[in-house]
Design a protein. Sequence first.
Length: 131
Amino acid sequence: MIKIEIPKPDITIVQRVQDRSNDEPEIPSVFGFIDFHQIARDKGGIIMFFNKKEELLFVGKARKVRQRVKKHFEDNVSPLKDHRDEVTKIKIFYVDDAMEREIYETYAINKLAALYNVDKKFSPSKKADES
């Protein structure tokens, strides 16, 4: 048996309204998120999108995480395109190795039962005596 532990997130961003009491320049909101700048620009990793009930909506991986997070909110082919308004929290953990990203993504999709991932979902396996 393989033992996999999903790492704690390196960064978590949530929907929020900018506090402009310090005369800060306005940060444009993307579906209520204003903290994309906190995500590393050139790091690979795993992205987990959650709703307000803390349900895992979607798990993804990327060589450049910040770009990929933004694309999920912008492009028309994202699996989240019809569910963007449900996302209230994004957790990211950085993983440099491509093979490790693949393993973590597949494991998280199945172990944490991501609602909108279609690919990489496995059915519960049959017991040996049921074959």
